[in-house]
Design a protein around this ligand. Structure first.
Ligand code: NDP
Length: 309
């Protein structure tokens, strides 16, 4: 019996090494060179080509190699009776917190404005609010959003969260569902999107939402590119409703050379690096899930296919 890794255009030797640390006897094959497809019981996927999962007649579990699973759900040929799991990992949470904190602090302490002043050789102090006066709104308070929100609150920012259902997020208040979206948005000076991509959250970062934020709000999207209506972002920046945006994700990745985001003075782009999966820390739960598959125990981090996350 074996595990197949389907991660096109990526040297996966670090994944194999990490998985062998926790299961030295595991048989691991790398797509597309699968010698015995009938032996594959667990498929580990990132950017898998549609249709590639169909070749395994005895598959028992599909695991995303990241926190998101939207690409797997989008594959119409995925065997839908096979359970789908994803990664929940302390390293993912920590590196996302670093990314968001960097973006929030850069905006709060006006580093971009100071860079502009430097280019004009201008020595002048700019006003900033007290840290507690700046409200960061976290859209999506799941494993990652909760962690990020609590780190920001620890640091002194006022934090508010928004999720589908009501929950206890520790140091910050949660607004739940469509009914409370407007109240949530009305306070958020910096809006951080950490939602999963589902039919309900696609295009959620749109002009209507931007217009409900305080004037001059700043957007950080570190979730998925399809959350954002790109033309609406450009309009909101043009009108001054938004003061800027930090985008780690784009509808089409890599961003095409002609895309207006590259050269927009109010947009900062990073190439989907907010929180890459670390094989060393993620391998243990994958091997644990593999043993659960074999013994019939309940799986860790099972995706609710109905909800889409
Ligand atoms: P979780 O599944 O743990 O959390 C999802 C959160 O979103 C939950 O709070 C959920 O609400 C909320 N949510 C889902 N649908 C809705 C909706 N329709 N309305 C309001 N709230 C909703 O996900 P993670 O925290 O693990 O990951 C979040 C996302 O972060 C991933 O899906 C991925 O897209 C992105 N990501 C990006 C990375 C990068 O490098 N850029 C790296 C890692 C992740 P409730 O709690 O009520 O169910």
């Amino acid at each position: 019996m074996s595990i197949a890794i389907i991660y096109p255009h990526r040297n996966v030797s670090d994944w194999i090494q990490a998985l062998h640390t926790h299961g030295p006897d595991l048989k691991i094959e790398v797509w597309p060179d699968i010698s015995a497809p009938e032996e594959v019981e667990l498929a580990l996927c990132w950017n898998h080509p549609d249709g590639s999962l169909q070749q395994f007649p005895n598959l028992k579990c599909i695991s995303s190699l990241g926190a998101g699973i939207n690409q797997l759900l989008d594959d119409d040929s995925r065997p839908t009776e096979i359970p789908l799991v994803r990664l929940v990992d302390d390293n993912l949470k920590q590196s996302m917190a670093e990314y968001v904190m960097a973006g929030v602090l850069e905006q709060f302490r006006r580093f971009k404005d100071y860079r502009q002043q430097q280019s004009e050789k201008r020595w002048a102090e700019l006003e900033i609010p007290h840290i507690s006066e700046l409200c960061v709104g976290i859209m999506g308070c799941g494993e990652i959003g909760r962690f990020v929100g609590n780190k920001l609150a620890d640091f002194g920012f006022t934090v508010r969260g928004w999720s589908r259902t009501q929950q206890d997020c520790g140091q910050f208040h949660i607004y739940a569902g469509d009914d409370e979206l407007e109240s949530f948005l009305s306070h958020a000076n910096i809006l951080v999107c950490l939602l999963p991509l589902t039919p309900k959250t696609e295009n959620i970062l749109n002009l209507q939402v931007f217009n409900q934020l305080p004037k001059n709000a700043f957007l950080i999207n570190a979730a998925r590119g399809s959350h954002l209506v790109e033309a609406d972002l450009l309009s909101a920046l043009e009108s001054g409703q938004l003061s800027g945006a930090l985008l780690d994700v784009c509808r089409q990745e890599p961003l095409s050379e002609q895309h207006p985001f590259w050269t927009h003075s109010k947009i900062s782009i990073t190439p989907h690096i907010a929180s890459p999966t670390n094989p060393e820390s993620a391998a243990e739960q994958i091997v644990d899930n593999y043993h659960r598959v074999l013994s019939g125990e309940s799986l860790l981090n099972l995706v609710d296919i109905e909800c889409g996350y």
